[in-house]
Write a protein that binds this ligand. Structure first.
Ligand code: ADP
Ligand code: ADP
Length: 219
């Protein structure tokens, strides 16, 4: 469960995020849609405690992210896959995360398998990965602790159509087993098939939200 209440972030005179409220329920995928610069990343960073809100609050599983006793086991986060772990191999990057969460190497192997990063790719440095491969690694890292909540910022960026289809199945399955997913994109087609609900943001404000079928039927 993710609860966002009246979140606002101002960097200058114009708010990047302006009085945004929504909820993500267990068992559902919420598509967070809006053009580049709309405020999606800033909202997600505030949910994860990486950016301090000017006003409002967000909780994950009932707590502000920073107060979660074991955040990696509760919520998996993928923000800006392009920026992560350049100098390490994929396997090293995941292994370090696993150790900080008290998990062993078997979890690393299982998650590399889950995201389809094969043995060859896992031994290669991340700087040599395509963006699609980085997204897969980021998803493996987010899912490492078998969290109940996933917060994924533009994870389809750089994936080919087959990769997008694969990720859709993975996220659908995660939600169908009771997980909560918040999934951002600037492209409706990337979230349309997997989302149950849509939250649409533009210029920092929510412009529409609700059941996907009802929203799309209403034009
Ligand atoms: P999105 O993820 O939807 O592309 P962002 O949340 O990244 O949008 O950005 C929303 C707005 O906030 C943009 O106008 C962006 O330029 C601005 N912004 C984001 N981060 C910062 C920052 N650290 N300092 C100043 N402005 C920022
Ligand atoms: P792309 O990043 O080119 O869009 P995907 O992310 O969809 O490709 O990856 C498809 C699969 O191919 C991945 O599971 C990955 O294991 C494998 N793969 C892609 N590039 C490489 C590579 N350079 N070395 C090893 N495996 C690779």
């Amino acid at each position: 469960m993710i609860t966002v209440e009246n979140l606002t972030k101002r960097y200058g005179p114009h708010p990047a995020v302006d009085d945004v409220s929504f909820q993500c329920e267990p068992g559902t995928v919420t598509g967070f849609l809006g053009p580049n610069g709309a405020g999606k990343s800033t909202t997600m960073r505030m949910i994860c405690g990486l950016t301090t809100p000017t006003a409002g609050r967000a909780t994950v599983s009932g707590h502000p992210y920073r107060d979660l006793p074991n955040p990696g086991r509760e919520v998996g986060v993928l923000l800006d896959a392009s920026a992560q772990h350049a100098g390490r191999t994929g396997r090293e990057a995941l292994t370090l995360s696993a150790y900080t969460m008290g998990l062993d190497r078997r979890e690393v192997a299982a998650k590399l398998d889950l995201v389809g990063l094969n043995a060859v790719a896992a031994k290669r440095r991340v700087r040599a990965y395509s963006l699609g491969m980085r997204q897969r690694l980021g998803l493996a890292q987010a899912m490492l602790g078998d969290p109940r909540v996933l917060i994924l910022d533009e994870p389809a960026n750089g994936l080919d159509p087959e990769g997008i289809f694969w990720m859709r199945g993975l996220l659908r399955d995660f939600a169908d087993r009771g997980g909560t997913v918040l999934l951002s994109s600037h492209l409706l087609r990337e979230v349309e098939a997997v989302a149950d609900r849509l939250v649409v943001i533009g210029g920092g404000r929510i412009v529409a939200q609700g059941d996907k079928n009802e929203l799309l039927a209403g034009g």
